[in-house]
Design a protein around this ligand. Structure first.
Ligand code: UD1
Ligand code: UDP
Length: 359
């Protein structure tokens, strides 16, 4: 089969790294980068570090409001699909690139395979939730990371061609973890200088629209982190850079270290070395869970219920007192189990795609 894979954002590069190499053993892959993430350390760094094949197309579409970005991607992807005639279009996760890819394909009657289907937060105030629900509804093949995602789809009446595949992020953690400890990791501050890592630290990432569109939530999160017994390392997503820098300087928070976004391998290493993780990232909360690290997720709704077992992960509002209280809860790692599969999600997805192509 000719499979057109749509990627555009950091988490999709990591998942594609795991799937592309297996997919290409059996199928022809056309890799299409929408351009949604474009800074060197948000895009190219991932391609070189993780040996992701060079995209066949880069549409160069980024920024702007959701409608403008998604609309431009939709129009461009439609042209590419008409020219290249893929047998199936594969999309990952819940970004604007995901929705645009799925929508362009379904209108041309090209089947869509959605990886990471069935994730639900149960609020339409989260822009990614809108992308997930719509993408699932128009997908032909739905690959789920967990059994609870399968149950979520069933509640919406989606039961055909729904599969438990496991989580490609778990595949990636297992695959790259070995390499991570032997690497030299460097962090760079906004002046371009290398930062010396403290012996003990907390790892923070925060980039969700809900937490970074106004000062208040980010101020609360940084207040909590600044009051901790050890420093916090915070690689800052470009959308948050101006606000985070200003809040730190205005309130003289000296216990939080802002650095440029890091590559995947350094991020994985930071998770494994950190005392605890505080994040609003879907990927990072799972990586913390895979690596037995206590995590606080700053969101109003649970995204990955499995990670909440034994309080290994807890959600918290963006309120300093709640974050600190939750950081003091002792997790019970013995309750974890293995709901994200066995680290072979890529093989399972390729097998399911091959079975679909001959059905
Ligand atoms: C997107 C996804 C989110 C995912 C995140 C991964 C949507 C709706 N959201 O959010 O699900 O968690 O990617 O990190 O698709 N920017 C840069 N340089 C870059 C990338 C972005 O400056 O390399 C700027 C953009 O110009 C924009 C802002 O950051 O102004 C936000 O970027 P955008 O792609 O809209 O959303 P993310 O917050 O990255
Ligand atoms: N990540 C990274 N560098 C960073 C922050 C995150 O490589 O500076 C990795 C990390 O492995 C995380 C993944 O990028 O799991 C997903 O990205 P992000 O948090 O941006 O997106 P989400 O998972 O929330 O969609």
């Amino acid at each position: 089969m000719k499979i057109a894979t749509i990627i555009g954002a950091r988490p999709q590069f990591i998942k594609a790294a795991m799937l592309s190499r297996k997919l290409r053993d059996e199928h022809d892959e056309l890799l299409i980068h929408t351009g949604q993430h474009y800074d060197y350390n948000m895009s190219e760094l991932f391609f070189s570090e993780l040996s992701i094949p060079k995209p066949d197309y880069n549409l160069g579409i980024s920024g702007g409001n959701h409608g403008k970005m998604t609309g431009a991607m939709l129009a461009n992807l439609e042209d590419v699909f008409i020219d290249t005639k893929p047998d199936i279009v594969l999309v990952y996760g819940d970004t604007n690139s995901t929705l645009a890819g799925a929508l362009a394909a379904v209108k041309l009657h090209i089947p869509v395979c959605h990886i990471e289907a069935g994730v639900r937060m149960h609020t339409l105030h989260n822009p990614e939730e809108v992308n997930r629900i719509l993408t699932d509804r128009i997908s032909t093949l739905l690959m789920c990371c967990t059994e609870s995602s399968i149950a979520e789809l069933a509640k919406e009446g989606i039961t055909e061609n729904v599969h438990f595949a496991g989580d490609l992020m778990y595949d990636a953690t297992i695959y790259y973890q070995q390499r991570v400890n032997h690497m030299k990791h460097t962090l760079t501050n906004f002046d371009g200088n290398t930062v010396t890592l403290p012996q003990k630290f907390y790892y923070l990432t925060c980039h969700r629209q809900e937490n970074t569109e106004t000062d208040r939530p980010l101020f609360e999160i940084l207040t909590a982190m600044n009051s901790l017994d050890y420093p916090t390392i915070y690689p800052v997503h470009p959308r948050t850079k101006e606000r985070a820098t200003r809040i730190l300087s205005e309130y003289k928070f000296r216990n939080v270290l802002l650095v440029d976004p890091v590559g995947y391998l350094t991020s994985l290493w930071l998770v494994s070395e950190a005392l605890k993780v505080v994040t609003d990232s879907g990927g990072l909360q799972r990586e913390a869970w895979f690596l037995d690290k206590q995590c606080i997720t700053i969101l109003d709704h649970v995204v990955w219920p499995e990670t909440m077992r034994g309080n290994v992960n807890q959600i918290s509002a963006a309120e300093s007192s709640e974050i600190l209280a939750k950081l003091n809860v002792k997790p019970d790692f013995s309750k974890k189990g293995s709901p994200f599969g066995d680290g072979n999600a890529a093989n399972k997805i390729v097998l399911l795609l091959s079975q679909y192509s001959t059905s």
